[in-house]
Design a protein around this ligand. Structure first.
Ligand SMILES: [Zn+2]
Ligand SMILES: [Zn+2]
Length: 320
């Protein structure tokens, strides 16, 4: 099979590999689409805590098990520990992730546990099914923060993940507001924001008053200033890691103390949040096509990495 292998930092090479043989309890998946994550580009550029090289990257995968359309939950958990038994398998101590610890979806075939495969609704295009993983991460974060109907939710970052947080928040009856400094990016999501009543910080009235919850779908240290926008007892979910702490960190921690704010983290997604994501993608597939900014073949991906790093577009999808 053809596979794109990250040999070292900044060195992606198209290779010929043996097709993976499924072991016991596993299935072979023919990859249909694998969408490119900013994390893939970051790993290419500077590595990652969970990355072992050489590696086939790619963790946002849709494909076929024989003729069945499936999306791939990219985790491999033990299935037996207390976290796995509670459905919090993303916290399993022996968790390994496709495209990080194990070979991922920038290849023609994968072998994965059958239990990691989720059925794709018949009316959902496979390129959108590949987005079930990032949307699943957003839904998982909303679950972590317990976002409910009528709550005001502040979201830093108007890229794909910020919009997915807004979509999920709106679906729960909450009122999302985006903070995105890039006007061009805001322009690209205008139809979506209008359709789903997502406010933006461009409109000062949207920022008035306090928020019940805030999320950062961007890694800039200033995103943590969202603490100050929370009502007493409000929740801040660290959805993206921060590049560094802002100089104002001590004052922000004082806010946490005096106003009894809650700080929580969210990393990855569970099978159940991915299954919920597939239903939501199917329900709104007609409104989400704009998220696919570019389709490309595996041969073209290495050259496109700097563009992914720049983060000017929504999703790039590798089609097989
Ligand atoms: Zn991702
Ligand atoms: Zn486990």
């Amino acid at each position: 099979m053809k596979a794109l292998v990250l040999k070292e930092r900044l060195w992606l090479e198209l290779c010929e590999r043996n097709d993976p043989e499924p072991g016991e309890g596993e299935a072979q998946v023919r990859v249909a689409c694998c969408s490119v994550c900013r994390t893939d580009a970051r790993m290419w550029q500077s590595g990652h805590r969970d990355l072992v090289m050489p590696r086939i990257l790619g963790h946002e995968i849709s494909g076929y098990r024989e003729n069945e359309r499936v999306a791939v939950w990219p985790g491999l958990a033990c299935g037996e520990c207390s976290f796995c038994l509670q459905g919090r398998e993303n916290l399993c101590a022996s968790m390994r992730i496709l495209g990080f610890h194990l070979d991922g979806g920038f290849a023609e075939y994968l072998a994965v546990p059958s239990s990691s495969l989720l059925p794709v609704p018949a009316t959902l295009p496979m390129e959108l099914a590949a987005l079930a993983e990032p949307l699943g991460c957003a839904l998982h974060a909303l679950d972590r923060a317990g976002v409910g109907a009528g709550e005001r939710v502040l979201i830093y970052g108007g890229g794909t993940l910020g919009l997915f947080l807004a979509l999920g928040a709106g679906d729960r009856g909450a009122i999302p507001v985006l903070v995105e400094p890039d006007r061009e990016k805001l322009r690209m999501s205008l139809a979506f924001r209008t359709r789903f009543a997502v406010g933006s910080a461009e409109d000062p009235s949207a920022l008035c008053g306090s928020f019940d919850a805030a999320f950062n779908a961007a890694s800039s240290p200033s995103t943590i200033e969202g603490f100050r926008k929370l009502r007493p007892g409000g929740r801040y979910c660290l959805f993206s890691g921060l590049q560094e702490l802002p100089e104002t960190a001590p004052g922000l921690l004082a806010e946490l103390h005096y106003r009894e704010l809650q700080l929580l983290g969210s990393y990855g997604c569970t099978r159940s949040s991915m299954a919920a994501a597939l239903s939501l993608l199917d329900a709104f597939s007609g409104d989400l096509g704009f998220l696919v900014s570019r389709r490309l073949r595996l041969e073209g991906l290495a050259a496109a990495m700097p563009e992914v790093t720049a983060g000017k577009h929504f999703k790039m999808i590798v089609e097989f």
